[in-house]
Ligand binder design. Sequence first.
Ligand code: MSP
Length: 507
Amino acid sequence: MGHTFYVTTPIYYVNDVPHIGHAYSTVVADVLARFHRQNGDTVFFLTGTDEHGQKVAKAAKAKQLEPQAHVDQMVVPYKDLWHRYAISNDHFIRTTEASHQAVVQKIFKRLLDQGDIYKGLYEGWYCVHEETFWPESQLKDKKCPDCGREVDWVKEESYYFKTSKYKKRLLEHIHSNPEFIRPKVRENEVVSLLKDDLQDVAVSRMTLNWGIPIPFDPDHVVYVWFDALINYLSGVGYLQDEKKFLRFWPPVHIIGKDILKFHAIIWPSMLMALDVELPKTIVATGFWTLGKEKISKSRGKVVDPHELADDLGVDAVRYFLMREVPLGQDGEFTYEALVRRTNHDLANDFGNLIHRTLPMINRFLDGRIPAAPAKPNLTKELAAKATGAISEYKESMANLDTKSALENIWTMLAAANKFVDQSEPWNLKKEDREEELKEVLWGLAEVIRIAALLTAPFMPTTSELIFEQLGLDTKPADQPFKDFLKWGKLTEQPEIKLSAPLFPRVD
Ligand code: MSP
C-alpha cells in the first residue's frame, strides 16, 4: 500500500464572503494535495466552514436572519469560489452538520468524564471578532491585542479544559519534532507562549445560544473554537468511520499565523487528552496585506478573488499567490506585481516557449512530435538541466518551499528559451539537417511536457491545456511523477494542436 496524505485548511467563518486571504490558504492546501496525488499518495483534502459562535450570530442578526438561514446562504459563496479556483477538496465540512455536532458532544462528555474538563467561572474579556477570551493582563490599551478592537466584559459560569496539564508533554513534543510547527519563527513563538504562564481555556459559553448544545447542561453551548478544531477529526471519520480515520490520520494543517495559538497549543492538548496522535505538521502562512495592513473585510481592505480571476484567469492568480512570497511570510498585494508576474513569467517565459516551439513543429515537421532521439547529441545539456530542475523541485516541495519549487521550473524554462536561440531550428530546416531538427524540437516539446507536469499542482487547468496542445491523449494527472517525471518520456505524437495563447498578456 502506498502512502496517505491528509491536508486541511482552516474552516472559514461565514460572517462574510471570502476574500483573497481565504483563497490563499485554500490554494496552498490544494497545491500540496495535488502534488501528493501526482506523487502516488492517497490524499484526503478537507476544507469547510466554521458556522457557530458570536461573530456569525452577529452577522446573521445584522441581516435580520435566523443564524441557520444565514449560514445556509453564506456557505454558497465559499463552495462557489473553491469550484472556480479548481480546489480539489475531497470533502467539505460544515460545523452545523449533525454528524459533526455529535462528535463534538461525545468528545466534550468524554473529557469531562475523565477530568480534563471541569466547571468554573469565567470573569474576563472577550473579543467577538477573534472569538477569543482575554485576561485583563493581556489586553493592549484595553483593546484586543490581536485585532485592536473593543472587547466585551464577560462574567459567566464556564467549563474549562485543562490545557495546563499538557504543557510539559507538548513542549517535549515540539523539541523532538522539528517538523511539527513550520516555519521555525512560529515554533519559537509557540514555545515562548508555553513558557509563559499557560492558563486553562474556557470551552463553553452561556450568554450565547448559537453553538453546539451541551446536552447535560442546557444553559451552555460549546465554545466556537473547541467546536471548530474538532472538524479535523469529525471530517475524516473519527468516531464514525474508524477505518477511514486510521487510514489518513495524522494531518498536515495549513493555517494562517493569526490562529497559531489555537492550533499549536489548544488543539494538540485536546488530542493528547483524547489519546490521538498529534498532527504531522502545522504550517502557518503569513498575511497578504494592502498598504501593509492585513487584508480583511472588516477593515475595509479586500481583494475579490472573482474579480482577479475575471481579469487574469484563475491559474495566473494561483501562480502569483504561490510565487510571490515564500510560505510563511507576509506579502504586499499589488495589482502591478500580479500583472508583472503574469506578463513576465507566464506570457514571456512559459508562454513564448510554447508558442515558439509548437508552430515550428507544425511548419517544419507537419505537426508531428518526432520520436525521442536514439543517440542524443544536441539535447544532452538541456536534458541535464531538466533533470537537475526536477530533483531540485522535488526537494523544494518536500521542504514545503513552494516558491522555490516554481523557481526551479523557471530555471529550466530559461534554459529552454536560450536553447531555441542557440540551436536555431529555422536554420536546421533551411539546411535540411533533418535529424538535428527533429532532436531539437523533440527536446523542446519534452521540456514543455515536463514543465506542464511540474506546474500541474499549481496551475491544473493550464497544464491540461498544454498536454492537449502537445497532442497527448492523457492528462497530467494520469502521468504519475514516479513513472513520467523523467527526461525522455515524451513519445512520438501524431498531431499537435495549436490554439490561442495560454497566457494572454494583460495591461
Ligand atoms: N474560523 C477560524 C478558523 C478555524 S480552524 C479550526 C478563522 N476563520 S477566518 O475565516 O477568520 O480565517 C481563516 C484563515 O483565513 C486565516 O487563518 C488565514 O489562513 C486566512 N486569512 C484570512 N485573512 C488573510 C490574509 N489577509 N492573508 C492571508 N491569509 C488570511 O479564523
